[in-house]
Write a protein that binds this ligand. Structure first.
Ligand code: SAH
Length: 934
């Protein structure tokens, strides 16, 4: 930039320091996020009146900066106000820059895209010779662009505004530049030296490039057609585009920002005519304003708003438009180009909405939909919500989302933001909505969606909450503020769900691509605090909201897809199902006349795709059908056509498919094959139903019994897993001196070792030895001889039933502990966990396993079965046994969620010693030496 006094800009931290000096204190906290191996940091900034907590970052510095920014935001200080250059300086810089752009030096220097445009205009004939469209200067020069942004940050959204600034700046250069406002162009006053002009290369090749013409119809529905741009050598490509749009020349064009890319990576832009203002509305502001709605905008402009083109580029476009991938680059002076086919255009449009981002990531444009809930990372398919939100914000020229995490309830909206209009959610919550939510286990979906039969279910009341704020790129306008709703046990889940809510909200601004009118998604009042400002809102509209006539159902062929379906869902929510499917358009026989055969045009297919049931990650029809199937079954059904744009973005032969669509009111035919089902994860279901978690209750129960057996000194935990029981025993004083964990999973043992290691010196325990063995509990190891207590929590159901007997026999015969505690799920309780409505299936072919709490369980016993197992063992080994449990109540049906048998040795009999040591020591610690082994 040219000289001049530049204001010293202060960083957010410096501003905080100036204001508060020592009263501002930063505290860095290390955050361990299990999914990431490296350490993250969060910063707490304490100020006299309030404190703020930053997001988590990889670098301490970023956490501090974020905290300082949050504090400034609370204080209502916008550092960018003091930042950068002043408006006057920006004007001066622009004037300088324009002068330079029109200099001899600039024309002959390197490969500046703007330079190539200048050269092209010098090849024009007549009065247009050397006349440079204003739009070009505003769009292709970074310095002009940043100058315009200083003057008014909303130029990003409004190319005409930028053009008017360029014109104003150029008007100050009367000696050098001729400004022609009526033709929106600039020209150098004195001609370039002939030598320079002669040196210009005029031998460009002739090119034909495919583009897309979006004809704006007053009736509302734009017509999209392919168009060929014939750029013969020596012609300025902007003039070619202008002519196609019925304009005199390129100066009458406005050029959008670049948005999507063609398959080979060329950036596209939208070209349209500078809209004419209505004579009735002379306000200069009209250009800088976005239409609040379609009626409103028609009062400003003569030409109607072009929804398809606007949605594609995220800027307002009026009248007809052309989407093309042509232009100059920094690489050479030659024009670069690529075809924008109908298909690539529709794909770009589709990819601009959050739903589209998700659909593309899964390569299932028709089948997939953006889920409404994030349950676990292991069940999630596709990029994580947070990632998608970032992609979306970048595309829509919004700033990176700001997440605010809290562990206690926070005020929904901060004081400073009060003036903003709060979005009413009543419209999306009218009583007619019938929402699908039969699954109580998905951790927050049931908070958002009206449950048909409202059951009292425990909701987390503590944990992490996360809100998300989205600002415009200039950071001046708040676009969306979603304050924290539900609590989540994990911080990362709170963040992912906040991102998902924001995405869903943005998604609803775009036309519902393929929403099922019968199963709308709705938010309950009070759950979400949304607010947004209209003027910076993306006026997003999906290219086509056209729906076709409902097809007639072919009863003989389709599965039972009643209008008001009485669904018999046999696959519970939370399950991961894997399917293969194909989607085709049905073309009625008479359409082709001759053959009389029904034809099908394949639109989309997938060999194998996996999704989680109950979170809305698949189109509702497909999910509804699949969840009624059993593994190995095939189904075929027909649905309404989704949005036209979606089909065209998907189809292989866009033109052909389009001709079929326009002539027929056909339905979409789905063929689906259910490949496999994995049940909902036990832990997730349980964590929703039990407070504290069932696993914690089990451990608590065992610890209580262990504490009561005061003379015990050795304990073996059979199938110790990650060591949850051992961990508790490190924290409480007991009489135990030696504790041993046995498991066959190396991974689980590694986690257990890590946990024990980190807890060793903190506890109040009397332990002298801790040992972890790798081995099967079906085998006996003589080192487990004569132990006092044995525990086996939630392990036997992972073996075959006869092995469970074998285990009992081995322990009670060879180890002969005084006390043996065994827990296993109570099968009868599953109907509560899975909600009975899901299990009314009469279909005997449905695999039993899907009824268990985990797909890893080989069996789950009723109370009677467990009783039989334990009593038989007790009797034959001279033990007494008592039954108890945790979760729910033992006195009422169906009993405890987790059933527990407590075996007590009645008499001590010397057992025959066997010498066998099949177990491998994985980890060992003894107090005497403080010694560790790996
Ligand atoms: N008892 C722990 C872990 C339960 S998960 C808790 O309550 O948290 C069941 C564990 O049993 C798994 O870690 C699995 O590896 C282990 N397991 C299953 N079959 C086993 C066998 N035959 N021998 C040893 N461990 C087994």
């Amino acid at each position: 930039m040219a000289g001049g006094e530049k204001k010293q800009s202060l960083s957010p931290k410096e501003i905080i320091h100036h204001k508060f000096v020592v009263k501002a204190s930063y505290r860095i906290e290390q955050v361990h996020v299990s999914s990431q191996s490296n350490c993250l940091y969060r910063c707490h900034l304490q100020l006299p009146e309030f404190s703020v907590v930053s997001n988590v970052f990889k670098r301490k510095k970023d956490a501090e900066l974020s905290a300082a920014e949050l504090a400034l935001e609370k204080l209502g200080i916008h550092p960018q106000d003091d930042d950068d250059i002043t408006v006057e300086q920006a004007w001066d810089d622009m004037v300088e820059r324009i002068k330079y752009i029109f200099s001899d030096e600039f024309l002959s220097s390197g490969h500046h895209p703007l330079g190539s445009h200048l050269r092209a205009t010098l090849l024009r004939d007549g009065e247009r010779h050397g006349s440079v469209p204003l739009s070009i200067i505003a769009a292709f020069d970074a310095k002009i662009n940043s100058g315009c942004k200083v003057i008014n940050p909303s130029v990003d959204q409004d190319p005409i505004l930028a053009m008017s600034y360029v014109m104003k700046a150029a008007a100050k250069l009367t000696d050098y530049i001729v400004v022609s406002p009526h033709v929106a162009s600039l020209r150098r006053k004195n001609p370039y030296p002939p030598a320079i002009v002669e040196a210009l290369d005029t031998h460009g090749e002739s090119i034909k490039v495919e583009a897309v013409y979006i004809q704006c119809a007053t009736s509302g529905e734009e017509v999209v057609d392919p168009v060929i741009l014939d750029i013969s050598s020596g012609r300025y490509y902007l003039d070619v585009i202008a002519e196609k749009l019925g304009l005199k020349d390129g100066s009458q064009l406005i050029i959008s920002r670049t948005f999507g890319k063609t398959p080979s990576g060329f950036e596209c832009r939208v070209y349209s005519a500078i809209p004419k203002l209505n004579p009735s509305d002379k306000s200069s502001k009209a250009y800088g304003k976005r239409p609040a709605d379609e009626e409103d905008q028609s009062s400003h402009f003569k030409t109607p708003w072009n929804a398809k083109a606007s949605s594609a580029c995220g800027q307002d476009i009026h009248g007809d438009a052309i989407v093309a991938a042509v232009g100059y680059s920094w690489r050479s002076n030659d024009i670069e180009h690529d075809d924008v086919t109908l298909k690539s255009f529709y794909r770009i449009c589709c990819g601009m909405s959050p739903n589209g981002i998700y659909k593309f990531s899964r390569q299932a444009l028709i089948a997939a939909t953006l889920p409404f809930s994030f349950t676990t990372k292991s069940n999630w398919r596709g990029p994580l919500p947070r990632e998608m939100l970032s992609i979306f914000c970048r595309q829509q020229q919004l700033a990176e989302p700001v997440f605010t995490i809290s562990t206690s309830p926070v005020k929904p909206l901060s004081e400073t933001l009060r003036s903003f209009k709060k979005l009413k959610d009543s419209e999306s919550n009218d009583g007619n909505n019938q929402c699908v939510n039969e699954y109580a286990g998905s951790d927050d979906s049931f908070n958002h969606y009206n449950s048909k039969d409202e059951e009292e279910l425990p909701v987390l009341e503590s944990g992490y909450r996360c809100g998300v704020k989205i600002l415009s790129k200039s950071l001046q306008d708040l676009v969306l503020d979603c304050s924290p709703g539900s609590f989540y046990e994990k911080e990362s889940h709170a963040i992912q769900n906040a991102a998902l809510k924001a995405l869903t909200w943005f998604g609803s601004l775009f036309d519902d691509l393929d929403a099922d009118p019968e199963q709308p998604r709705c938010y309950t009042k009070g759950e979400l605090n949304w607010m947004f400002t209209r003027n910076v809102m993306i006026k997003g509209k999906f290219p086509s909201s056209k729906r076709y006539e409902e097809p007639a159902y072919d009863e003989s062929k389709t599965m039972d897809m009643d209008r008001k379906p009485k669904r018999v869902q046999t696959i519970p929510n939370g399950s991961l199902v894997s399917i293969s499917y194909s989607v085709s358009v049905e073309v009625e026989a008479d359409f082709w006349g001759r053959t009389g055969k029904c034809l099908r045009e394949l639109i989309e297919s997938n060999e194998e795709i996996e999704f989680e049931v109950g979170v809305g990650s698949m189109n509702p029809h497909l999910e509804s059908v699949v969840t009624q199937m059993s593994v190995g079954q095939y189904a075929c059904f027909i649905t309404n056509m989704p949005a036209e744009g979606l089909v065209l973005a998907d189809a292989n032969d866009t033109a052909r498919t389009r001709s079929l669509l326009s002539k027929l009111a056909a339905g979409l035919e789905y063929n689906v094959h259910l490949l496999g089902v994995k049940g909902p994860t036990e832990k997730r279901v349980e964590s929703v139903f039990f407070k504290p978690q069932l696993s914690k209750q089990r451990v608590g129960y065992a610890v209580k019994l262990i504490k009561e057996s005061s003379a015990a000194s050795t304990l073996v935990d059979f199938g110790c897993g990650s060591g949850s029981l051992l961990e508790s025993l490190l924290e409480v004083p007991t009489s135990l001196q030696t504790i041993v964990g046995v498991d066959i999973s190396e991974k689980a043992l590694a986690r257990a070792a890590k946990m024990v290691d980190s807890k060793l010196n903190k506890g109040a325990c009397n332990l002298k030895t801790i040992r972890l063995y790798d081995g099967s509990i079906l085998e006996f190891d003589s080192r487990l001889h004569g132990i006092d207590i044995a525990t086996c929590l939630e392990v036997i159901e992972r073996m075959e039933e006869d092995e469970a007997f074998q285990f009992g026999k081995t322990v009670l015969t060879l180890s002969r502990p005084k006390l043996l505690i065994v827990s296993t799920p109570n099968y009868e309780y599953n109907k509560i966990l899975h909600k009975s409505s899901l299990y009314h299936s009469k279909d005997k072919s449905i695999s039993q396993r899907s009824k268990f709490r985990s797909h890893e369980h080989k069996f789950e016993w009723t109370r009677a079965q467990f009783n039989h197992w334990a009593s038989k063992l007790a009797k034959s080994h001279n033990y007494s046994v008592e039954f108890s449990g945790v979760g729910g109540s033992g006195n009422v049906d169906p009993g405890f969620a987790s059933q527990i048998a407590v075996f007590k040795r009645k008499s001590f009999t010397e057992v025959k010693k066997v010498s066998t040591q099949p177990y491998k020591v994985i980890w060992e610690w003894t107090r005497a030496q403080g010694d560790k082994k790996n």
